[in-house]
Design a protein around this ligand. Structure first.
Ligand code: MTE
Ligand code: MO
Length: 331
């Protein structure tokens, strides 16, 4: 069993798949901290977690017009300045269920590694703040999150932040990996598995603006206080775009309430971290149920589509419609 040596995971992580391991914390726990504790950070693996001994680890930089360079973990830490930043990692398949009607050391069954590409101008631009990360919240990376070194490409879909990094290749061609070529791409809703031409769509890099209601959750029983209920969630946009507003409604859009935002103070185009938000919305004092909707607006005034009806795509990515939850009111 290639999965015989998987790491131990926190019991609060809810798996959607065991082999490979995919899991997320309950949404209400997720927004309890601006900086998610490492053991509660969602895990998205496509393959078994490689077992890497840091003494044997090396990273190779190679490619067209580049003198091949190999660095040990120690050299990586000592030769380059340490740089810290906050960045949200967002999976392209986040909220996939709502749509239902560089190179790593993890190898697939054919021995090909997980691989991903980003445009060189992004990777090499200091303003992009791309990191070779060996720590997360001040601790060595855990095995699930890419020990000993992973890439962090802030503002870009999680799929490009390669874990267990072994090679960086400068090339005129994109990675030929399955995940760069035949996954993580968006298509017209009418394209299906019989008609899809993966070559016709660009690989997803920056993601669209997105928000989620994390508290209360769907089906929760809540009691209004002074006619209002408190709602909490997160919002994020790709490409470092700042979240400028989150609107929340409890009456299907007749009236909207602007949420209070918690976010970092960053330079233009470098809002890599998420925004947490809270708002109190009035509810019908006699109502049994209320439906809550949230939508975020980013610094380009992009906002979310109202429903997933017309953004469905065969890979189930880019699911960023208004988030909607129904809660039961306790009288
Ligand atoms: N890197 C490797 N080597 N193997 C993987 O399966 N999954 C990618 C990315 N990097 C993956 C990888 C995907 S799709 C996502 S969303 C992020 O890692 C998730 O990072 P996390 O597990 O640290 O949250
Ligand atoms: Mo992902």
């Amino acid at each position: 069993d290639p999965y015989a040596n998987e790491p131990k995971r926190h019991p609060a992580l809810k798996p959607t798949s065991q082999k490979p391991f995919n899991a997320e914390p309950p949404a209400a726990l997720l927004v309890a901290n601006f900086h998610t504790p490492n053991e509660l950070f969602y895990v998205r693996n496509h393959l078994p977690v490689p077992e890497v001994d840091e003494k044997d680890y090396s990273l190779t930089l190679e490619g067209e017009g580049v003198k091949t360079l190999t660095l040990t973990l120690d050299e990586l830490k000592k030769k380059f300045p340490k740089y810290k930043l906050s960045a949200a990692i967002q999976c392209a398949g986040n909220r996939r269920s709502e749509l239902s009607k560089f190179e790593g050391l993890d190898l697939d069954a054919t021995g090909s590694p997980y691989g991903a590409s980003v445009p060189a101008e992004r990777a090499l631009d200091p303003k992009s703040e791309v990191l070779l990360a060996y720590e997360m919240n001040g601790e060595p990376l855990s095995r699930d999150h890419g020990f000993p070194v992973r890439v962090i490409i802030p503002g870009v879909v999680g799929a490009r932040s390669v874990k267990w990094l072994s090679n960086i290749i400068l090339s005129k061609e994109e990675s030929t990996s399955h995940w760069q070529q035949n996954d993580y791409k968006g298509f017209c809703p009418s394209v299906d598995w019989d008609t899809v031409d993966f070559k016709s769509a660009p690989a997803i890099q920056e993601l669209p603006v997105m928000s989620l209601i994390c508290e209360p959750g769907n089906g929760w029983r809540v009691k209004a206080k002074d006619g209002k209920i408190a709602v909490k969630g997160y919002a994020w946009s790709g490409g470092g775009r700042k979240i400028v507003r989150v609107d929340v409604t409890g009456d299907q859009g007749k009236t909207w309430h602007v949420a209070k935002l918690q976010q970092e103070d960053k330079k233009h185009g470098r809002h890599w971290a998420w925004t947490l938000w809270t708002v109190e919305i009035p509810v019908d004092p006699k109502g049994k149920q209320t439906e809550i909707w949230a939508k975020a607006v980013d610094s380009s005034y992009n906002t979310q589509p109202e429903s997933s009806a017309h953004i469905w795509n065969l890979r189930g990515v880019l699911s960023n419609a208004y988030h909607k939850v129904i809660v039961n009111l306790i009288q």
